[in-house]
Design a binder for this molecule. Structure first.
Ligand SMILES: NC(=O)c1ccc[n+]([C@@H]2O[C@H](COP(=O)([O-])OP(=O)(O)OC[C@H]3O[C@@H](n4cnc5c(N)ncnc54)[C@H](OP(=O)(O)O)[C@@H]3O)[C@@H](O)[C@H]2O)c1
Length: 332
């Protein structure tokens, strides 16, 4: 697999990562496919993927335990990314960016992941009660202590600010400018896909100009862009898509035109090329500092996604995908 260098610490990873979240959290059937999930991690590594993206919050905790188990014999082949700063409460998710907590959480993640060092430690969300410099300072001390190699910031929850009249990622960029004063940012993780391309406006250029890597979360549009979901099929209550405005039966039907465009491009490349691979190849084409982290718990899909790095989209393909109709159904 093609390799990409991301971030301030010149970290090298396989160009397509593996999002481990669906193995334990957020999607139907999570937690029910443990054995296959373990094999999925191995399949991804076998195909040249190195970046494994997890978080203490996924499960909570069970996703890190699973990744730690999967890597017992193969730790050196993986680039391990986990996150801190979000806790699952009784009723809702809460941020905690207090320095003492961050340090304890890191030790707990190291234990669950069965490793001495985390390659990339990401701040999942800034805590509104704690100046972000203080949280970031504690994370920087973990680098000095040799427990963490590099630091990243996540900006995935930005949809809640849509429609506020400001750029979607303005707040994230302000946060990035502040933490950069304390310790270099190696990566930013935010949503980027064919149907959610807002990061291209300001966030991606901000990263590119500063040598910061960009991890594209939800690059398959929560599975929609793969063309394997049936409108009206419904989702279990614990599936994030059950409450997502783009996943009502009506919006899924309306957004089929996006999938149809991906299918058209895939068909031109033959050899079983899939819409998922076209969606990932388009994300990869957005910059040499971009690494998509498609999530899956299935071996077959981890292999298919890894093979997207071999797909060379032409200028005509890229223009066609970029020009697909905007998706309907928003958080506004
Ligand atoms: N930093 C943050 O706050 C944040 C937030 C969200 C996500 N993330 C990270 O980003 C990663 C990716 O996001 P995501 O997993 O939510 O969304 P995604 O990658 O856009 O889509 C995941 C869904 O697509 C399905 N899928 C994957 N490959 C497929 C293929 N080739 N064909 C058909 N279906 C396929 C998966 O099914 P199965 O579940 O059945 O395998 C899963 O339901 C996460 O795993 C997580 O690591 C980070």
């Amino acid at each position: 697999m093609e390799r990409r260098t991301i971030g301030a610490a010149a970290l090298e990873v396989g160009a397509v990562g593996l999002g481990c979240m669906p193995m334990s959290w957020a999607y139907s059937g999570s937690q029910q496919r443990g054995a296959e999930s373990l094999r999925t991690v191995h399949t991804a590594l076998d195909h040249g993927t190195t970046l494994l993206d997890t978080a203490d919050m996924y499960g909570p905790f069970t996703n890190e335990l699973l990744v730690g188990r999967a890597l017992r014999e193969r730790r050196s082949e993986a680039f391990l990314s986990t996150k801190v700063g979000l806790l699952v409460g009784e009723q809702h998710i809460v941020a905690n960016g207090r320095p003492g907590y961050v340090k304890r959480a890191c030790d707990a993640s190291l234990r669950r992941l069965q490793t001495d060092v985390i390659d990339l430690y990401q701040l999942h969300r800034a805590d509104p009660e704690v100046p972000v410099e203080e949280t970031w300072g504690a994370m920087a001390e973990l680098v000095s202590a040799g427990k963490v190699r590099a630091l990243g910031l996540c900006a995935v929850g930005a949809h809640s600010r849509r429609g506020s009249g400001t750029g979607l990622h303005d707040g994230t960029i302000r946060q990035l400018e502040r933490v950069q004063q304390v310790f270099p940012v190696s990566t930013v993780e935010a949503e980027l896909s064919v149907w959610s391309a807002e990061a291209l406006d300001a966030l991606l250029p901000w990263c590119e100009a500063r040598g910061v890597g960009f991890l594209a979360a939800m690059p398959l549009g929560n599975g929609f862009l793969t063309g394997t979901l049936t409108p009206g099929g419904g989702f279990e209550r614990d599936d994030v898509r059950a409450r997502h405005p783009r996943f009502t039966a009506e919006m899924m039907a309306a957004n089929q035109r996006v999938v149809a465009g991906l299918r058209r491009v895939a068909a031109r490349h033959g050899d079983g090329t899939t819409p998922a691979q076209v969606a990932l190849a388009w994300v990869l084409s957005r910059g040499r500092h971009v690494v998509p982290v498609p999530g899956t718990k299935r071996e077959r899909w981890a292999a298919e996604n890894a093979r997207a790095t071999g797909l060379r989209l032409t200028a005509e393909d890229l223009a066609e995908v970029t020009g697909l109709p905007a998706a309907l159904g928003s958080w506004d």
